[in-house]
Design a protein around this ligand. Sequence first.
Ligand code: MOS
Length: 698
Amino acid sequence: MTRAELRRPHAVGSAYERVEGRDKVVGAARYAAEFVRDEACHGWIVGSTVARGRITEVDTATAAAVPGVIDVLWHGNAHRLTEVDDAELMVLQDDRVQYHGRPVAVVIGRTLEAARAGAAALRIDYDVEPFHVQLSAHDPDLVVPDELNAGFPTDTESGDVEAGLTRADVVVDQEYRTPHLHNVPMEPHATTARWDAADQATVYDSTQNSSEVSRTAAQAFGLGAGAVTVHSEHVGGGFGSKGTTRPNVILALLAARLVDRPVTVTLTREMTFHLVGYRTPTIQRVRLGATAAGRLTAIVHETVEQSSRLLDFAEQTGESTRHMYAAPARRVTHRLSRLDVPTPRWLRAPGEAPGMFAVEAAMDELAEQLGLDPVELRIANEPETDPDSGLRFSSRHYVECLREGARLFGWSRPRPQGTGPWRVGRGVAGSTYPAYQQPSSARATARADGTFDVEIAAADIGTGARTVLRQIAADALQVPIDRVRMHVGSSALPQASGAGGSSGTASWGRAVTRASEQLCDRLTAVGGAVPFDGLSAEADTTDELSAQPALARFAYGAQFVEARVNTITGEVRVPRALGTFAVGRVVNPRLARSQLIGGMTMGLSMALLEEGRWDPAFGDTVNDNFADYHIAANADIGDIDVHWLDEQDDHLNPMGSKGIGEIGIVGTAAAVTAAVHDAVGVRIRDLPVRLDKVLAAL
Ligand code: MOS
């Protein structure tokens, strides 16, 4: 191939189908639990039946007597691990129990059924201690966390908050609550682990971050980098719950070490409610002061949330409040309750999703009190620069999202009339999510037949990452897309960041672009006459990312919802939702649309249905299944319409893209509660909007 053969296609921006779509539809795509070989066996996790205490006895005899059971792994025979940051991963190391469902044993069987039967027969005795699983804003034991998730500061304050509230013409002062929310991706977490040597293991894991699982698993077993190879070719969703190493990885490795053969550990749906993290419940007090003209004089956002006895995970609930609206005075605080519960963790837009619910709901209340249109109130408080850092925005088209969304939705048209007991209402709320990028590396290799292999330890968790990276590589290599083979989903590939923080495409796309560009330069340098089969280039983006100028980089959106509320039954239906987003350049419209609709669907589910409940008497979840933990299904969702602006931002990455994985869930719930209020005059400030709450307030 010579330079003359190259043409300049534009794969980026085109609506390609998922590369692996056919494999998934015909069942050829393999997931972590499907790498079971003949000699492999199954591990069934046994969770603690008490919320706090000490294991006094593990009687393995009854379990071992079950036909097909090979062995029982427990703290008496488990390999001693080396400490890692996440104490949730230090499983089976001692006799302590920190929450209901905490792994206390793994029964290993020749079949899944044998392992399960063995687990049922296993007898474990406990010394039970008093426990506490209920979050309260008045708990005397609340702590100030050292920092929030992702390193954000716990408390920030600027300007004179008290003066801002005092001189305000109108003040909204309300408490908002969000419940436990669970990730529950379609594919439950699963790991197949095999020890190839005493210091070398291969793991098939359902993860959003194979590089991180490889690092952490090796560290936990006191091994060097690269000792554990992690494959995650296909992943059936994660929503954050597979963003870091989960206990199933460590348990599978421990079990495989004990019985000296490969072991698959699959979580049941119930186990995913205990073992992989969830979104903390929140209690948020929001105070907004404003002039009669609708200019904010103060914003106060104080959050109480929970973590476990194992470690402090403090969600950044108020972080978006630091950046969203102009106000001369601002206070954002976070307090943490350490309860006898599993450790919360990431769930799609950790922080933004519950935090923006509270602040956007308060903005709607403020608009009502001021007699202003809620769209105009938001526009009136548009900041010139980032209110927190004072930095310029790389691009900010929030106002345009509000205006365009309002036009498309028909916001200014008269509200439709309801029929019979059904009243119709409409609501609006804002969306935002940071445009993150993380260091990654990638390799591009030229083949003699004119094709290319592009490799990166990225994760495609159903988002279409493999497809968009192939588009990005094709453009950077200046070849048609069918000449590029994209390899992702293994820690054996060049190390990359995880599929998290809506940063995948931006982070990996930058690395893929750089590796491809460097390969093009090399190909040009050697010329067409020289054999170049196998010529490759590898790029690492660490340096160029740290050299990026300091700017405030965020994506924005506006969501509009039409709700119908039944005044006899209290039921709420959302026949129509519309989101308009400013997310930089859209790499693949088909996949982007799907991500944004998915986020809004999850937002509607959060608004109307989802609610994890902990039993104060037993310290256990009471609805750890799909029958009792309600997630929006097709029949719950009406027409969701998504649009995006043609946003140009040259301060992001080579593609000009912002992340789209999470912003869709941000703001939806506030738009729903605003619409419910518009319909029947009822303010629901604690999610979800259940019919009993609506009825009680009618
Ligand atoms: Mo997302 S919650 O950052 O995987």
